[in-house]
Write a protein that binds this ligand. Sequence first.
Ligand code: FES
Ligand code: FES
Length: 140
Amino acid sequence: VGAKRSYHENIVEHYENPRNVGSLDKNADDVGTGLVGAPACGDVMKLQIRVDDDGNIIESKFKTFGCGSAIASSSVATEWIKGQSVEEVVKIQNADIAAHLKLPPVKLHCSMLAEDAIKAAVQDWKEKQQHKKQQTEATA
Ligand code: FES
Ligand code: FES
């Protein structure tokens, strides 16, 4: 019988080997950037997506200034959203991420950052597309 671990292995794994750490060019037309903070602790997460012409996410990167649970949550989030459409990924709930990582209740707000960051990134991308459309119309 091993010692009782307080953190599930998924958290530790994503904390030790976070996937998709880095940045995309935030000025690129096909990139959406979500930058969000957690009021509970002051931690910050940046999550970016690159979206193809069909509205599917082909790349995602994150940088998180925060606790291990926030880093693990962003890592899982970037993995999950790749290959999905922008319409689908906004349905991801922090509860899904928390359940997957088996976050303890006191760490739930850390996964909330990931949900918020995904939504903010999609919103940013949508605003850019809107802007692009208006410019095309203005010059047509
Ligand atoms: Fe990595 Fe599930 S353990 S996404
Ligand atoms: Fe701040 Fe986890 S304690 S994000």
